[in-house]
Design a protein around this ligand. Structure first.
Ligand SMILES: [Zn+2]
Length: 316
């Protein structure tokens, strides 16, 4: 027995614990199976460097990559009543919430922020699929209303990144009421003449697809994203027929006129800037990582020319 407890068991344990270390440093692409180095994957915005498969990205990571210099200010979202139905399945709803808050480090399934992208001021909202499947409850409804109100008050366009399994069943009908509420919020933007851009990410389903996620002035999706009301498995079981290849995926929806664009995550920021500046009748964007205005020597050395007239430059 001693031989087993003193020698065999530690050996087995070390084999298993040795396997845990690379798991933290490497992520396996669910599409092509390539092992991707963690930092490399983060630098590529969680897109597989081998097959371009778009993996989930948290709202905070997305905003850090989206806003100029990664700088943004969070917009406060009013707290709704917690657990109004005293809901319980295998676990109590507040327990599920606590677990989701602990694992994600976020308060709820949507983050709202304001900042600039390509020197274009915007309000942005992003849904977190990692937080209880990004489910739309009262908080998400409040978040969209807060985002729309902030956009109207500051005269900024709203960019929304959707990702959801649908409504939050723990809030019953109160979660379904977020569909008309968020639709009214989108209407506020329309009345104020402000652009509302939606970026649909994998997966956007259920009541979210049936409300604010499909009401954008421009509808963009990330490649391969599943976008649907009822999922393909449910449809297949109901109609008892094999669905076509790529059914309800972003590319399929683009082909069938449900989307305006399918854009790679790496090109999304530039594309959003171009569209927003076009819609806002602003001059064309300046590309690339710009230095801060004060740090640009060309700006301070060359005197401004009246009306951009082609005057002879200073002596060289
Ligand atoms: Zn891959």
């Amino acid at each position: 027995m001693n031989w087993i407890t003193n020698y065999v068991r530690p050996r087995i344990n070390s084999l298993f614990s040795r396997r845990e270390v690379p798991e933290n440093l490497w992520t396996k692409c669910p599409e092509c199976g390539t092992m991707l180095f963690h930092r490399e994957l983060t630098d590529n915005l969680n897109v597989c460097t081998n097959c371009d498969h778009h993996m989930a990205i948290s709202p905070r990571e997305r905003f850090a990559a989206l806003f100029d210099g990664g700088a943004f200010v969070e917009v406060r979202v009013p707290e709704p009543v917690a657990d109004p139905l005293q809901f319980r399945d295998q676990k109590k709803y507040p327990e599920r919430m606590k677990a989701a808050q602990k694992s994600s480090g976020e308060k709820e399934a949507m983050l709202v922020a304001e900042g600039e992208i390509g020197r274009t001021p915007i309000v942005a909202a992003a849904q977190d699929f990692g937080f209880m499947g990004g489910s739309m409850g009262m908080y998400v409804g409040n978040a969209i209303i807060a985002a729309a109100e902030r956009a109207v008050n500051t005269r900024r366009p709203l960019v929304l990144f959707s990702a959801a399994g649908g409504a939050r069943m723990q809030e019953g009908i109160l979660s379904l009421m977020q569909m008309p509420r968020t639709t009214v919020a989108v209407e506020m933007l329309r009345e104020a003449g402000l652009p509302y851009l939606v970026v649909l990410t994998h997966p956007t389903t259920g009541g979210v697809t049936a409300s604010y996620a499909m009401l954008g002035d421009i509808q963009i999706a990330e490649p391969g994203a599943l976008i649907c009301f009822a999922g393909p498995r449910v449809i297949e079981q109901t109609i008892r027929e094999k669905l076509p290849e790529g059914f309800q995926r972003a590319e399929y929806l683009l082909e069938h006129g449900m989307l305006d664009r399918v854009t790679h995550r790496g090109k999304l920021r530039d594309e959003l800037i171009s569209i927003l500046r076009m819609l806002g009748r602003m001059p064309a964007p300046t590309r690339g990582d710009l230095p801060a205005p004060q740090a640009d020597p060309a700006r301070t050395l060359t005197p401004p020319r009246p009306n951009g007239a082609d005057l002879p430059g200073p002596a060289r």
